[in-house]
Design a protein around this ligand. Structure first.
Ligand code: NAD
Length: 492
C-alpha cells in the first residue's frame, strides 16, 4: 500500500490558545522526509501569542480546572486517552507524515503510548499517597506532620521530533494529572500530532487555557519566548544536551525548576555466555529502531572477544536484510527526520572513515530511482576498528549506526561503557544472573536493561546522568516534579 496523499497535505496547522485554534501571521513548511514534499503549512506563534497562551494558562488555574476534584480531573484525562484511541489512524498517519517512521513503529509504539500516558498518569495521580509522620516531642506531647501536594502552575513543555506524541504526552499527562496547566511547544519538524491532541482535548471538554499549543522554532523563536516568559512556573524539556544548556541559562534568570531528558551515547555489553540469537535480535532493534533516532538507541557495542567476529557478521547480515523505504509500503526503516539531519549523520559516516573505521556495512545513501531519492534516507551502518577516543565513539550521532569493539574482561567492559560524557541507558546481554546484577549496578546510566531493550513500565524512574539529563520522570518522579508539596505540622 502506498499512500502519498497524506491526510495533512495542504492543510494549515494552527496554534491552540485559550480553547481556540489561532493562526499566526507567519508560516513555515512542514516537510515530509520520505519525498521532501511539503506536507502542511504551519502557523508560527509570535511572542505575543506565546504570552497570551501563558496568561490563558494562569487564568485557567483559577477557573473550573483549578476547582476540579482529582477524580474528575483524572476522568477527563481518561477521556483524552479514549479520544486518541478513537482517532488512532489519524494520529498514526500524522506521525508518519511528519517523520516518515515505519507504520509498525507508529502503530505499536508512538500512538498507543500517547494514549497510555494519559491512562497511566491519571491512575497514578489518583492513587498517590503523600508522607505523614507522628512526631513525639520531649514534653510528652506530639505533633502530626502531613504533606499536601499542589500544582506548580503553568508548565512550559518543549518536546523533540523523534517520538513526537509519545514524548510530549509523557510530560503533558502527568502535568495535567497533578492539576497544572501547560503550554506546549512541539518540535518544528513534527507539529501534526500535537495539533490533533489539541482537537482531542477540545472535544473531551478540557477547559480553555488548560492545554495550550504554540508552534515555532527554538532559539530566538517560539521555544525561547516560552522558556523566557517570566510567568511560567517550570520548564520540562526533552531534546539535545546543548539545547538543555541554552534553556537552563534562560531558566536561571527566573530560578525556574527544570526537568531535562537529553541526549545519549548508549552502550550495549554483550558477554560470550549470552543467548546469541536474542542478543542479535535485541541489538538490531536497539540500533536501528526509528532509524536510530531514539534517545535510548545503542550507538556503542562492546562484545566479549570470543564471539566478536561472529557477532559483527550476524549483526551486519541483519542490518543488510532491513527493508528501507516508504513507511506505507511496510518498510522496516523510513528516512531520517530531515535532509539537514541527514547531512549531520552522513558527516559522521565520513568522519568515521577519516578516523580509520572499517565500514562493515552501509555508510552511504540508498538509491530508489523514485521520488524517495528526494527524501532523507541513509543506509543502516556498522563500524568497527575505531579507538575509544574517536569522535564517532564519543558523540551522539542519532542515526542508524553503531560502532562495535571487543573486550576481554568484565571490568574492562564496565570501564568502556562508563567512559562517556552521557549516561542515559545501557543494555547487558548475558545468561549469568550474578554478572547481570553485578554489572547493571555499576552502570553510570539512569536505565539499564538486561537481555532486553526499550521495555518500559511507566511507573519507573526514567532519565539520565551526566549530559543525559537533570532529574527523573516516570511514576512518582513525575508526580513529584509536577507538584509542590507543603508540609503541615499540627501540635496535638
Ligand atoms: P533539539 O534540542 O534540537 O530540539 C528539541 C526542542 O527544543 C524543539 O522543540 C526545538 O524547537 C526546541 N528548542 C531548540 N532550541 C531551543 C531554545 N534555545 N529554547 C527553547 N526551545 C528550543 O532536539 P531534537 O533534535 O528535536 O531531538 C533529538 C535530541 O533529543 C537527541 O539529542 C536525543 O537524544 C534527545 N532525546 C532525549 C530523550 C530522553 O528522554 N533523554 C528522548 C528523546 C530525544
Amino acid at each position: 500500500m502506498t499512500n502519498t496523499a497524506y491526510p495533512f497535505a495542504q492543510r494549515d496547522i494552527l496554534n491552540y490558545v485559550d480553547g481556540a485554534f489561532v493562526a499566526g501571521d507567519v508560516h513555515f513548511d512542514n516537510v515530509n522526509p520520505v519525498t521532501g514534499a511539503v506536507a502542511a503549512r504551519v502557523s508560527q506563534a509570535d511572542q505575543a501569542l506565546v504570552d497570551r497562551a501563558v496568561a490563558a494558562g494562569r487564568r485557567a488555574l483559577k477557573g473550573p480546572w483549578g476547582k476540579m476534584s482529582q477524580a474528575e480531573r483524572c476522568k477527563l484525562l481518561v477521556r483524552v486517552a479514549e479520544g486518541i484511541e478513537a482517532r488512532f489512524d489519524d494520529f498514526a498517519a500524522a506521525e508518519i507524515a511528519d517523520t516518515g517512521k515505519s507504520l509498525h513503529q507508529a502503530r505499536t509504539i508512538d500512538i498507543p503510548r500517547g494514549a497510555a500516558n494519559f491512562r497511566a498518569f491519571a491512575a497514578m495521580a489518583e492513587a498517590r499517597a503523600m508522607p505523614s509522620f507522628r512526631t513525639d516531642l520531649p514534653d510528652g506531647r506530639s505533633a502530626i506532620n502531613y504533606a499536601v501536594a499542589r500544582p506548580l502552575g503553568v508548565v512550559a513543555i518543549i518536546s523533540p521530533w523523534n517520538l513526537p506524541l509519545l514524548l510530549m504526552t509523557w510530560k503533558v499527562a502527568p502535568a495535567l494529572a497533578c492539576g497544572n496547566v501547560v503550554v506546549v511547544k512541539p518540535s518544528e519538524e513534527t507539529p501534526s500530532t500535537a495539533t490533533l491532541l489539541a482537537e482531542v482535548m477540545d472535544a473531551a471538554g478540557v477547559p480553555p487555557g488548560v492545554f495550550n499549543l504554540v508552534h515555532g522554532f527554538g532559539a530566538a523563536s517560539t521555544g525561547e519566548w516560552l522558556t523566557a516568559n517570566p510567568d511560567i512556573d517550570a520548564i520540562t524539556f526533552t531534546g539535545e544536551s546543548a539545547t538543555g544548556g541554552a534553556i537552563m541559562r534562560v531558566a536561571a534568570a527566573g530560578v525556574k525548576p527544570v526537568s531535562f531528558e537529553l541526549g545519549g551515547k548508549n552502550a550495549a555489553l554483550v558477554f560470550a555466555d549470552c543467548d546469541f540469537d536474542e542478543a542479535i535480535a535485541g541489538t538490531v532493534r536497539s540500533v536501528f529502531s526509528n532509524c536510530g533516532q531514539v534517545c535510548l538507541c545503542t550507538e556503542r557495542i562492546y562484545v566479549e572477544r570470543p564471539i566478536f567476529e561472529r557477532f559483527v557478521k550476524a549483526l551486519a547480515e541483519r542490518a543488510e536484510a532491513l527493508t528501507i523505504g516508504d513507511p506505507w509500503s511496510g518498510a522496516d526503516m523510513g528516512p531520517l527526520i530531515s535532509r539537514g539531519h541527514r547531512d549531520k549523520v552522513l558527516g559522521y559516516y565520513d568522519l568515521a572513515r577519516e578516523e580509520g573505521a572499517t565500514v562493515v556495512t552501509g555508510g552511504g545513501v540508498p538509491s530508489f530511482d523514485s521520488a524517495l531519492d528526494q527524501g532523507a534516507f541513509v543506509q543502516p551502518t556498522i563500524l568497527t576498528g575505531l579507538g575509544h577516543d574517536a569522535r564517532c565513539v564519543r558523540e551522539e550521532i542519532f542515526g542508524p549506526v553503531c560502532h562495535i569493539a571487543p573486550f576481554d574482561t568484565e571490568a574492562e567492559a564496565i570501564e568502556l561503557a562508563n567512559d562517556s560524557d552521557y549516561g542515559l541507558a545501557a543494555a547487558i546481554w548475558t545468561r549469568d544472573v550474578g554478572r547481570a546484577h553485578r554489572v547493571a549496578g555499576q552502570m553510570e546510566t539512569g536505565i539499564v536493561w538486561v537481555n532486553e531493550w526499550f521495555l518500559r513500565d511507566l511507573r519507573t524512574p526514567f532519565g539520565g546522568m551526566k549530559l543525559s539529563g537533570i532529574g527523573r520522570e516516570g511514576g512518582e518522579a513525575s508526580l513529584s516534579f509536577y507538584s509542590e508539596p507543603t508540609n503541615i505540622c499540627v501540635k496535638l
